[in-house]
Design a binder for this molecule. Structure first.
Ligand code: HEM
Length: 512
């Protein structure tokens, strides 16, 4: 169990020993009382104090939980520290949680770290299911991330992808490899930053750095979340302190950006229709605030929280998926060749600019993205919490239980997926070329009321980027390295990233 897991600055053994006595009696007392008479899901054996945590050692949590599910079943109860946590690992169990009982599980777990990252529920991702969440969800779906808004962002995507193509073209003239991990992260950051702030935000770099610090600290399980009743755990945890500090920086930078924009809006001529067309997402939120048309007032604090949530949800997920796509393709020359031929044949020779409108009929490219999302879901553990007592698959789930939906396990269920561990984009040939994301065995964007509202935004960016990378370049690993030996290990954080940077050599494709 590594530091990332606990986000703490003291070794695990010392911490566990220190808090052991203060928790042991309370835990033993609770175990019997709260679950009397209930038929709880099965799970692995527990140790005092740390509960089931030792079962998660040695592998990223989504993989360790899949291993446990194969032994204990699709609905498990684990005790993570002192928190009884339900883990869902099959399409059937996911359907019960995210469809049949969706409203019961439409909240996210609360906790010391989540409260900080989630702006105390004022944003959208960690907002409890209720009026505020409903309103912000509507604002996201109708105003910020609608199909119309995604189309309007075309210019931004184009500009950022062109920048990426230019830098890869420059690299192709030298022996240097392109660090795809870096450039794809920059691309995802810039697309979302320009969508939210427009083109002229001075603090963008500082903001992204502060957000990255928060994401690093918030990834994994932290002592305060594992031992919520222990003041000692809170006191000992550096992660919580560091997180609060980094988060305060995000809040202060966002407040500065919002304040500056409010000033600018006050001093410029009122909105005409043409201006509305040019609004970035911050403008949209400030316009809604000025109009005062929402049921609950849209405070500046809420605007800051929603903006940070969109950044947090959009950047690493998109970048890491693109990285994995390129890594999977380089390891599978047949798939790489098929995807590349498809796009080159479809677009013909000599195209400088490729737009999303050009990508209407590229079924294989979409299959590649879908298969990558299945094998490498950016957010493999979806967090929910039960709002009332509920029965799932014949087991009792007590009110307030955190629930992890392991989308990674769901997308590897052998009942639904043949040779589930292999990268085989063709398996998606059976479905429509549209992204419907309705099959419960394939839920990289979640399902139900809390399903990702940014799926269209993400897939549009990923398709355009990938199409450009494959149309303009042939790719290889540096120094003639064997693609099969490429390091594919993962780091578990807020998203699943590659442990090592993905560096590849682009060769500019010159049509014959
Ligand atoms: C490959 C890219 C992405 C993946 C894999 C992904 C995945 C997810 C998942 C699994 C959830 C939780 C869903 C649930 O509870 O059922 C989620 C929530 C969310 N995502 Fe995404 N996402 C991606 C990109 C984006 C983008 C680009 C945006 C915005 C521009 C976005 C905005 C959000 C928001 C606001 C939520 C919270 C929704 C709520 O709680 O009501 N995501 N995403």
């Amino acid at each position: 169990m590594d530091e990332l897991f606990f986000g703490s600055c003291l070794p695990l053994a010392a911490l566990v020993a220190t808090i052991f006595l203060s928790l042991l009696f309370r835990l033993l007392a609770l175990d019997g009382k709260e679950t009397a008479g209930a038929r709880l899901p099965p799970g692995p054996w527990n140790l005092p104090v740390i509960g089931s945590l030792h079962h998660l050692a040695g592998a990223p949590p989504h993989r360790a939980l899949l291993r446990l599910a194969r032994r204990h079943g699709p609905l498990m109860l684990l005790r993570l520290g002192e928190v009884p946590t339900v883990v869902v690992s099959s399409p059937e169990a996911a359907a019960e949680v995210m469809r049949t009982h969706d409203p019961v599980f439409a909240s996210r777990p609360q906790g010391a770290m989540v409260d900080v990252v989630g702006f105390g529920g004022k944003g959208i991702i960690f907002a409890p299911y209720g009026e505020h969440w409903r309103q912000m969800r509507k604002v996201c779906v109708v105003e910020l991330l609608s199909a119309r808004q995604v189309r309007r962002m075309e210019r931004i995507r184009q500009a950022e992808v062109s920048r990426l193509v230019e830098s890869a073209a420059a690299a192709s003239a030298s022996p240097a490899a392109v660090n795809l991990s870096q450039v794809l992260t920059a691309l995802a950051n810039n697309v979302i930053a320009r969508a939210v702030f427009g083109g002229e935000c001075r603090q963008q770099e500082a903001y992204l750095r502060a957000l990255e610090a928060v994401a690093t600290l918030a990834g994994g399980f932290s002592l305060p979340d594992l031992f919520p009743s222990s003041r000692l755990a809170r006191w000992l945890s550096c992660a919580a302190r560091d997180l609060r500090r980094s988060h305060a920086r995000v809040v202060s930078i966002t407040a500065g950006i919002v304040q500056e924009r409010m000033e600018k809006r006050r001093t410029t001529t009122p909105v005409a229709d043409a201006d509305v067309q040019d609004e970035d997402l911050l403008d949209v939120l400030l316009r809604l605030q000025e109009e005062g048309s929402l049921t609950l007032p849209l405070t500046t604090e809420i605007i800051s929280a929603v903006i940070s949530d969109i950044f947090g949800a959009a950047t690493d997920t998109t970048a890491s998926t693109l990285e994995w796509v390129m890594a999977e393709l380089i390891r599978d020359p047949q798939a790489m060749s098929r995807a590349t031929c498809e796009i080159r044949q479809k677009l013909g020779q000599g195209r400088v600019t490729i737009t999303n409108a050009d990508l209407g009929d590229l079924p294989y490219l979409r299959m590649v993205i879908k298969e990558t999302l299945r094998l490498r879901p950016a957010a493999p553990l979806i967090l929910r919490a039960s709002q009332e007592n509920c029965r799932i698959m014949g087991y009792d789930i007590p009110k307030g239980s955190p629930v992890f939906i392991n989308t990674f396990a769901v997308a590897r269920d052998p009942k639904y997926w043949d040779k589930a561990d292999e990268f085989r984009p063709e398996r998606f040939a059976r479905s429509t070329p549209e992204y419907k994301w309705t099959d419960i065995e394939f839920i990289p964007f979640g399902a139900g009321r809390r399903q990702c509202p940014g799926a269209l935004f993400a897939t549009t960016t990923m398709e355009l980027t990938l199409a450009n990378l494959l149309y303009h370049f042939d790719w290889a690993l540096p120094d003639g390295a064997d693609p099969k030996a490429l390091d594919m290990s993962e780091v578990f954080g807020l998203t699943i990233r590659r442990r090592s940077n993905l560096c590849m050599l682009p060769a500019l494709h010159l049509p014959h």
